[in-house]
Write a protein that binds this ligand. Sequence first.
Ligand SMILES: NC(=O)c1ccc[n+]([C@@H]2O[C@H](COP(=O)([O-])OP(=O)(O)OC[C@H]3O[C@@H](n4cnc5c(N)ncnc54)[C@H](O)[C@@H]3O)[C@@H](O)[C@H]2O)c1
Length: 366
Amino acid sequence: MEEKAMARVTTALIGCGVRGLSYHGPVTKASEKLDLVAVCDVDEARRTFASQKLGVPAVADYHALLARPDLQSVIVVTPARYHAPIALDAIRAGKHVLVEKPLADSPEAAYGLADAAEKAGVVGMVCYPTRMSSYGKNLKRICDQIEPIQGLFTAQRGPLNAMFFMPEHFGGIVDDTTHTIHLAVWCMGGKPSGVFASIGRGNICGDQTIDRFDLVVEFDGGNKVVTIVSSMLGLYAENLVQVIGNLGLVSSTDRRSLRVVRHPPITEPGRRSARQEWEKRRAQIAAATLGPVDELTLGRPIDVEIEKIEESTRPESDGGMDDHFADVITGATRLQGASLRDGGLVVQITDAAVRSVQTGTRITLL
Ligand SMILES: NC(=O)c1ccc[n+]([C@@H]2O[C@H](COP(=O)([O-])OP(=O)(O)OC[C@H]3O[C@@H](n4cnc5c(N)ncnc54)[C@H](O)[C@@H]3O)[C@@H](O)[C@H]2O)c1
């Protein structure tokens, strides 16, 4: 027990609001891999409450934490606009950082963090829990097998709390869609190259809050694409995920099961078949999957598996993400969570989406 305690990675919570107290506080307190040594909040009532609840000292100014040589890491759980300045100070002080989503309020700030962490040689990770869940891992595993070409990710949440009603593009439904953008981009793989978007503001309160958000992200020059659809309007809507690939497709409406269809390659990358050649090829695909060619025309699915995901996303993501952060710091495992660069890409895509709407054009991602 003594040995375990000594090996734990020391950490502190910066931001003791809803997320800090409902998730990172209890999770780090109970962790065998992290040792929560302090909490910090600019709000006196919140830090006092957190200190009492978690049984660790509280400070008002995070710089006081960063000056502690015994502190190895921090978890940044403030509102989004403060993530980057706080995380940058922490990285420069040599602390490993786990930062809540979205990583920053601009791509420059987000990628600046990634650069700084690489330079300082510290671990940086962004809190996208679906990536650590059974659902996320299995969806990604199958996507890696089917060579994705076209994806659809919907995220209908219904009206969010009043705190999310703000005109900035890290508030509103975008606050939640950041998870979907991250999951979609991770699952599709490849390099995003362009974004088209449409947003709806003020449908609910007549203000400037983005409450409907639709975006199309192209990859690798446009040969691969994902559409993301989200809003605060779709009460009890099913959240469909469907990825169509060269070697099959995967879909889910409940995050607890995946429908997987597998078949031989439909396209030959980089090569367009002459019509006659394609007929031959189509017959081969049909023979390998459906039998007679006509059945391919009917599109009867073959090789359909339903993969049940036994656990819900919650149990594994609860604590798993923070413990994984500790494991990466100690070198017990390589980073599987979202890196600062992954988080930067999500911020860059979000920023491009808003610019696409402002200009009415497709935004090229460099
Ligand atoms: N990954 C997820 O699933 C998930 C879920 C919920 C929230 N979040 C994210 O967590 C973050 C916090 O959300 P929340 O709901 O807890 O917000 P919140 O407003 O309830 O809490 C934020 C806290 O940060 C404090 N704070 C602000 N500036 C500070 C500073 N300079 N130093 C110290 N403390 C400071 C505030 O006083 C407040 O207590 C947001 O970025 C949000 O998007 C992520």
